[in-house]
Design a protein around this ligand. Structure first.
Ligand SMILES: Cc1cc2nc3c(=O)[nH]c(=O)nc-3n(C[C@H](O)[C@H](O)[C@H](O)COP(=O)(O)OP(=O)(O)OC[C@H]3O[C@@H](n4cnc5c(N)ncnc54)[C@H](O)[C@@H]3O)c2cc1C
Length: 383
């Protein structure tokens, strides 16, 4: 081969090799310049929310069952019935359900009867019924409504065991001890639900402030107690490492409960294992007296107010707006009084709480305000 031909062939050969490389790159997982390829980006890439008013598919207002002294977990003897109360969880019922269920089970175990009437099929009732069943009790749930027509379906669905759980000025050392036991029990139980059809999952959780805030509280949840070392702590992010145009960004990992599938999963399991469920509106104590079981576990949430004449129990309303799900978005974020979490069934926007309000009509202007706040943040975010 002449020297000139050698160079021409060599050049053609390398062109063929590099076009082969390009082809394999095009079909392989990493593409230089691809949006998700972030080796040289210098900050953590997170996908943006699609925010527009026409993506709103649902708006709801739920009533958190709040008691200033904290959830009522105690035994009461009424005539020939033993009542075990387990209600009034405020903004932490999803998180504490297993833990207070465990405390209620201990009270049930103090008596010999094995047949239990359990009132209510919210997240607290379903968890408590499951635990009792696991301990060999024969449980019948009596309830006015089942999911999705209950307060538990109107919650955000994050790990927030101290969110509006009581009024801190009214809490006692005994309550805080119970709360800690319940929180630790729940946390352990929830880890056992990971990997089961995504009913529970972990995700990144951000709080974004344009300027340095006066207080480090402000994640929108109103957490009033904290157990150090139980769940990952907040970490202040270096400005170089996040995509937000903001001076102060905190990040941690947090749990998400995929509410519709979670409730379905546990209710189905309860029924599969021989549990019974009857639709029954309990209006008075006489209705309870008429039940065949001697032991009654009360998990009626706000419904306990009128039946047990509990003056302390009151609603704290909370609005949520649900946007069309975005599978690629898998984080939670709070900023300027608005937050969103991403669940399998949608992106949930929220951030308010009105003490004593029974009004369950959503306000469109509130949803639009949250959309505007989050839209501003997304617009300025590095993509
Ligand atoms: C906007 C919002 C966001 C929230 N976010 C979170 C969160 O992120 N994390 C968290 O941990 N918690 C959160 N919560 C709080 C949580 O949703 C509640 O604490 C929890 O749902 C209470 O559960 P429950 O089972 O006690 O009550 P419910 O879900 O109200 O269930 C009560 C059950 O009792 C039945 N019942 C009521 N009255 C009667 C009657 N007279 N006769 C027969 N049956 C009756 C009902 O039909 C229902 O089945 C949030 C709440 C709201 C409103």
């Amino acid at each position: 081969m002449k020297r000139r031909d050698f160079f021409i062939n060599a050049a053609l050969g390398s062109a063929a090799i590099s076009s082969q490389l390009l082809t394999s790159c095009a079909t392989g997982p990493i593409l230089y310049g691809d949006k998700n390829y972030n080796i040289n980006r210098g900050y953590q890439f997170i996908p943006k929310l699609k925010l527009s008013k026409d993506r709103i598919i649902k708006e709801t207002v739920g009533l958190r069952p709040f008691r200033a002294s904290g959830p009522r977990i105690e035994k009461q003897i009424l005539g020939n019935k033993t009542i075990v109360h387990n209600y009034g969880h405020g903004g932490s019922g999803w998180s504490l359900s297993w833990g207070t269920g465990h405390l209620a089970r201990k009270l049930v175990m103090e008596q010999p009867d094995k047949k239990i009437a359990l009132l209510g099929a919210g997240t607290v009732g379903i968890a408590t019924a499951t635990l009792l069943q696991e301990s060999g009790y024969e449980v019948t749930i009596y309830t006015k409504d089942v999911p999705p027509n209950i307060t538990s379906n109107l919650a955000t669905g994050t790990w927030s065991p101290a969110s509006r759980v009581c009024d801190k000025s009214k809490s006692t050392p005994e309550f805080e001890k119970k709360w800690e036991e319940a929180t630790r029990f729940s946390f352990r139980r929830l880890q056992m639900l990971l990997g089961m059809e995504d009913i529970v999952s972990w995700c990144d959780d951000y709080v974004v402030h344009k300027s340095i805030p006066n207080t480090t509280d402000g994640n929108g949840g109103g957490e009033i107690f904290h157990l150090e070392g139980l769940a990952p702590e907040w970490v202040l992010m270096d400005k170089k490492n996040h995509p937000f145009k903001a001076d102060y960004v905190r990040k941690r990992s947090n749990m998400i409960f995929n509410i519709p599938s979670y409730l379905n999963f546990h209710l189905n399991n309860f029924l599969l294992r021989g549990g019974k469920l009857k639709i029954h509106d309990i209006k008075t104590l006489e209705d309870i007296d008429a039940l065949p079981e001697k032991v009654v576990v009360n998990c009626m949430g706000l419904g306990a107010k009128s039946v047990f004449n509990d003056e302390e129990l009151m609603p704290i309303s909370g609005q949520l707006a649900c946007l069309i799900p975005q599978n690629e978005v898998n984080y939670k974020l709070a900023t300027k009084g608005a937050y969103f979490i991403t669940r399998k069934d949608g992106i949930y926007l929220g951030g308010n709480g009105i003490d004593g309000s029974w009004d369950t009509n959503p306000k469109r202007e509130l949803t639009e305000k949250w959309i505007d706040v989050l839209m501003d943040l997304m617009k300025e975010m590095k993509g």
